[in-house]
Design a protein around this ligand. Sequence first.
Ligand code: 6PG
Length: 470
Amino acid sequence: MSTTNSQYRLGMIGLGTMGRNLLLNMADKGFSVTGYDKDPKMLAKLEEEGKEHQLKGFGDIEAFIGSLKTPRTLVLLVPAGQIVDNVIQEIKPLLSEGDIIIDSGNSYFTDTTRRVEELAEAGLHFFGMGISGGEEGARFGPSMMPGGDKKAYAEVKEILEAVAAKVGSDACVTYIGPGASGHFVKMTHNGIEYAIMQLLAETYQVLKQTLGYSNQQINETFSRWNKGSLQSFLVEITAEIFLFKDEKTGNDLVDMIKDEARSKGTGKWTSEIAMDLQLPVPIINEAVSNRDLSKYKSLRGSLAALYPDQQTGEAQITEQELEQAFYVAMVTAYAQGMHLLWQASKQYQYELNLAEIAKIWRGGCIIRAALLEDIYQAYSRQADLEHLFLDQQVAEKLSSAVPALRKLISDTALSGKALPAYSSALTYFDTIRTERMPSNLIQAQRDFFGAHTFERIDSEGTFHANWNNL
Ligand code: 6PG
């Protein structure tokens, strides 16, 4: 393909809102960029929104590819799945050795592994780059998690750092690692996102039902929390939700929304792969399960009628105790996500730098939060820290807040209300600090009925007992 008149440094494929916004962000930062979309309406929108930069898109793939400087950099912002493969098939014959394709959708990481390998055979660099921050983030500064060939990253580093969110002078993007590591890290980000959202939903339930707060008071509580150590994007938007009025009825919109949660699947992927890696992330599992349970509305209605009042005690929790309990549960959600990354890094040789990952999550992304600074510091103190709870400073903060979580769970259990993610956080904390678990009995049972053998505390090797010979 001829490269005469090639002028653009980067080309975006897929000019939906995310693609357009990211392209506009790049143009704002002074990069010469262009886009491609089959849909003329998307091209018209790009021209309209990018008129200050005279941003013109292409509807012809050959002309689009020909307009890019070599080595070419192409960013895909198309729906994950088969469409990514279709686009790759379409552009591959038009590309040359050394060109870079960056898939910025929420692709499943094993698809990315396959694509990296297939395209490497043709001399092409394929990056899986998770982007977080939604449409606003893409336009004004997302957090980005690019994984792929390290040398090729040098070609795109400047643009990515320019468009990323900033915390002080730190850009919320870093080279994550080889292969599909970028998409793995973004998937884990979403798992943590699911966990914190579930914790916030449970907090709302306690504030409303146990403390009897109005929506206005719930807004004030979350707004207050957002000024302290719980400061985070999800707490901030949750506070705002409680002030929003429904145009149709004039009621608070939150009260008019069905209690059935949907999902696109990244939380489920996190739980699935955590099970495959035998690295438990139980708060994330609870968050996924509870989105699913929420959909069984009529069954829940029948069971609510069958088992109406289960209360055997009064919940005495205060707002301050709830705040401390939320802190513990939130740290635990991050701890589980970071632990999963620690394990995945070994399993897939991603060589993840957990401090850098916590650092780029401090801004731009959905799980950005003040306490990521503590997490960043913990992994900076010890790069190979096996678990966040081992860090001395984290341990001190956790230890002083755990009693509030314990009270929340015991009180709420007596009042007959469910707090699945909070309960899971406490159970996890109490389990992971148990030196001798009762799992010796499970080994004995397995050996009893299936001769699966067991290991002894006093000698090496595997053993079997004739359990029937009592
Ligand atoms: C982000 C979000 C983004 C998207 C989620 C929604 O980081 O910007 O995580 O990727 O909003 O995928 O996920 P669910 O539909 O599964 O809740």
